[in-house]
Design a protein around this ligand. Sequence first.
Ligand SMILES: Cc1cc2nc3c(=O)[nH]c(=O)nc-3n(C[C@H](O)[C@H](O)[C@H](O)COP(=O)(O)OP(=O)(O)OC[C@H]3O[C@@H](n4cnc5c(N)ncnc54)[C@H](O)[C@@H]3O)c2cc1C
Length: 390
Amino acid sequence: MSDRIEEHRVFGTASTAEFRDSLLAWIDRHRAELEPPYRDHGTTEQLLSHQRRVQRLLFDEGWMRWGWPTEVGGLGGSPLLRAVLGEQLTGRGLVHSAAFSMTEVLGPAVIEYAPAPLAADVVPPMLRGDETWCQGFSEPEAGSDLGSLRTTAVRDGAGWILQGQKLWTSWAHHAARCIVLARTEGPGTGSRGISCFFVDMDSPGIRVRPLDTMAGVDEFCETFFDDVRVPADRLLGTQGNGWQVAQHILACERGPIFWQRASWLLHHLEEIAGMAEASDVAAQRLIGSAFAEVSALRARSRSTQRQVAAGNLRAAESSVDKILIAAADQAVFDAARQVLPGVVELDDSPLADRYRKEWAYSRAATIYGGTSEIQRDIVASRLLNLPKVP
Ligand SMILES: Cc1cc2nc3c(=O)[nH]c(=O)nc-3n(C[C@H](O)[C@H](O)[C@H](O)COP(=O)(O)OP(=O)(O)OC[C@H]3O[C@@H](n4cnc5c(N)ncnc54)[C@H](O)[C@@H]3O)c2cc1C
């Protein structure tokens, strides 16, 4: 163990404020190494390779290991330390919040449900940025209605054979592993007949086709599984309880990760406010209401972080965070369009490229991780116990 890690071991019991102060001093010393080498939005390739460099540095110096269990290469301590790290990196624009949060979306479920030797083997390279992971849930005809997915996994000796297609698999073309939901029971078994697998993306039979989007962000893929062999020890949880694993992942994706996204939004809102004319009343109004939306999100997210740190990852409650992030995200980048009229739409500058892509991506905030309509339905039925509309 390096002296650097030994020096930071104290944070296993220290307050988040002390952790933050020490982290900030470290960031200041390493600022040049942490800054992205591009001024525009960056391609997915640029963004991920920069993130890998940053994660490697953070891991080797200990920062990326605090808040993660020692059994999977972490240094222990409260998960709040992870939230502070994400907040400080995204709040300075040092990593992109969407890609950086994949660690928090998929890592906890692998720790919870993978066989212990597998988790100990695969989590450290993911934390160190040596591996990118992706999430193979959605399919054509199975997005909101995930329980109707048609990809199958059939027993073959001690292992499984996967067959099917996934859609909107973010970062699949750069990923080393994919967490795949597949049907292991017969058709018509809905969410009860699904299992979850941890699949190597270099397995024979996997084909990835990148998709273009309106946002110009080259993140999405279609992922095809054609007789892909998966070893028995790659089952997450038990056969037929993939829905439980999926709910764990979705609870992370709809709630805890937005603490760092809020920080990313404030970073941009500050930049937008700095470019706005004081006399532009419409812009000032949009900036003010965007600040209110982000503040509401942060207030909610703060309590979510504390719940997670206390061991209460709450699935239905995370839908509230998901609804709030969509409003905050869109409000921030709508303000940018008002402050940079014509520039966001037409200009070729790095600044315009960045805001054009962020604005377009923010339209997807009501869709990714489950649409706002579905989240409102969950809040109405599971949190408020409102009667169903016939
Ligand atoms: C930026 C982004 C990243 C993504 N990354 C991934 C990824 O990495 N991995 C992955 O597996 N998936 C990913 N997705 C897919 C995402 O999870 C789905 O797009 C989402 O769940 C919606 O499914 P769908 O697109 O099939 O829309 P549909 O389910 O077809 O919905 C279409 C419309 O109908 C509405 N609707 C559907 N059912 C109901 C209902 N019962 N009540 C009311 N309204 C309803 C929806 O709200 C929506 O407005 C990503 C999506 C985006 C936008």
